[in-house]
Design a protein around this ligand. Structure first.
Ligand code: C2O
Ligand code: CU
Ligand code: CU
Length: 498
């Protein structure tokens, strides 16, 4: 090669390499630049309150609900209406409410144009009624699970669970709250929509007026949004008319972990978590809540007061790609000039979890890394664990990764025996079904399996960051009679559509 030509090649090559590097660097910076919407959100829309689902009680005493998954469009504050999915409506669904001891039946009709399911997250019930990936409801079909409500008062929720498609179905808007009441009379704010308010928090990323659904190469955690909806309302405010307001906060987001604070730093009182009320309330100024978890908090207001529910930078290590440095304004609470009196917070609220003295029948280890649990990818045709009825087990769950994960178990609420080698902090002292696992954290969970043996239908356990779940960070267990074994799974290749 001639000398000038060689120089030319070098120069051009070097420029191209530089450009590629610069673009990659710019992309990286863009994608990892923290989102900060503090002070940027106009709270100009009244918070939507999901209606209570209608029900009828038939002659045999069964309380029956009708839920239809359907498509629609919603005003999410964009230029044009946003195509969304919902239940009995355009986005999200009604709040289902039932009392312990009741037999319920839910007619789930699918009008989405593709198969889906509805799963009752946090519910203790037979596996065949659970609405997991083995209970698919075809388009146009109705599925009618029925079970007896048998667990303490709690804030649960429902959402689709089709294997490999859960993230999209939830993100488009199919989800709702499921509130359980019980006989235990606790003096907490309890007027639905007035001083006892569902707060379903979901972050969204938009592409124009449409929901952004694609996963860029940097979005291994799932889609993190720069807009937050509460109950489907963008920029919401809540008119508070009482001295204390109880917020039933559900992190219904696909991937985002929130660190909830009140904007003026005032403390709030945590009264309940996933499985129900805490033994005693805990006062705190911030609380991290990962996808799928619930936190019932009571906020104290002064007449004429206003304060913003905000998510601050995470305290735990989640990683830059998981939005750990993001700050988001979520919802404004506006107190009226005169506030009706509210009950004082009760000293004790519910029985504490009581599994610590049980004999441990089996100990199991769950290592979470990448999108695998114990190195294995979810297989619909493989039962990972068979649990014996009427035993208590110890499950050790570990995040062995640079990514954030959490861990959710179907059917039972668990007791946290230890967290990061220590006694569980106040917010982990009640019954839980989902636990947040920042980088490197290990938790010990105690689980007691008391009912619903069925060797043939599995329950799921999984990371509730929905993209991880869809990519196979999930496993299956059955509950069997003592001495029994797991049944044969029907050979299911249908999940393999990646
Ligand atoms: Cu919220 Cu397996 O689900
Ligand atoms: Cu669940
Ligand atoms: Cu995960």
């Amino acid at each position: 090669m001639k000398r000038t030509k060689r120089i030319l090649v070098l120069v051009v090559g070097g420029t191209v390499a530089l450009l590629v590097a610069a673009t990659a660097w710019f992309g990286w910076v863009m994608i990892t630049a923290p989102i900060d919407t503090v002070g940027e959100v106009d709270f100009d829309r009244p918070l939507a309150i999901p209606p209570l689902a209608d029900s009828t009680v038939d002659a045999d005493g069964v309380r029956t609900f009708d839920l239809t998954m359907q498509r629609g469009t919603s005003d999410l504050g964009r230029e044009a209406p946003t195509p969304t999915w919902g239940v009995n409506g355009d986005y999200l669904g009604p709040t289902v409410r039932a009392t312990r001891g009741e037999q319920v039946r839910i007619n789930v009709t699918n009008r989405l144009g593709e198969s889906s399911t509805l799963h009752w997250h946090g519910m203790h019930l037979p596996a065949a009624m659970d609405g997991g990936p083995h209970q698919m409801v075809g388009d146009g079909e109705t599925w009618s699970p029925s079970w007896e409500i048998n667990q303490p008062a709690a804030t649960l929720w429902y959402h689709p669970h089709p294997h490999g498609r859960t993230a999209e179905h939830v993100y488009r808007g199919v989800a709702g709250m499921f509130i359980i009441d019980d006989e235990n009379e606790v003096d907490l704010p309890s007027e639905y929509g007035v001083d006892d308010v569902p707060v379903i928090v979901q972050d969204k990323l938009f592409d124009g007026s449409d929901l952004e659904l694609s996963h860029g190469i940097f979005r291994s955690t799932g889609i993190l949004g720069d807009h937050v909806l509460v109950n489907g309302t963008p920029g919401p405010y809540l008119e508070v008319t009482t001295e204390r307001v109880r917020l039933r906060v559900l992190n219904g987001s696909n991937a985002r972990i929130y660190n909830f604070v009140l904007s003026d730093g005032r403390p709030f009182h945590l009264v309940g978590t996933d499985g129900g009320l805490l033994p005693t309330s805990a006062t705190m100024t911030n609380l991290e809540v990962s996808p799928g978890e619930r936190a019932e908090i009571v906020v104290e207001m002064q007449p004429g007061d206003d304060v913003v529910l905000r998510s601050e930078q995470l305290v735990s290590k989640a990683g830059r790609l998981a939005g750990e440095k993001d700050r988001l304004d979520i919802m404004e609470l506006r107190a009226a000039e005169e506030l009706a009196e509210s009950p004082e917070l009760p000293e004790t609220m519910a029985a504490a979890p009581d599994l610590a003295d049980d004999d441990i029948a089996t100990t199991r280890q769950f290592d979470l890394s990448g999108t695998r649990i114990n190195g294995r990818e979810m297989d619909m045709a493989r039962i990972d664990h068979a649990v014996e009825l009427d035993t208590t087990e110890l499950w050790r769950v570990r995040n062995r990764d640079g990514n954030p994960h959490n861990f959710h178990v179907h059917d039972v609420q668990f007791q946290v025996r230890s967290y990061d080698g220590r006694e569980p902090p106040p917010h982990l002292r009640g019954w839980k079904d989902t636990i947040w696992l920042p980088q490197g954290i290990e938790a010990e969970l105690l689980l007691r399996f008391t009912d619903h043996a069925d060797p043939d239908v599995p329950y799921m356990f999984h990371c509730h960051l929905l993209r991880h779940e869809d990519q196979g960070m999930m496993g299956q267990f059955v509950v069997v009679e003592p001495g029994d074994r797991a049944g044969e799974m029907p050979d299911s290749e249908s999940h393999d559509h990646h």
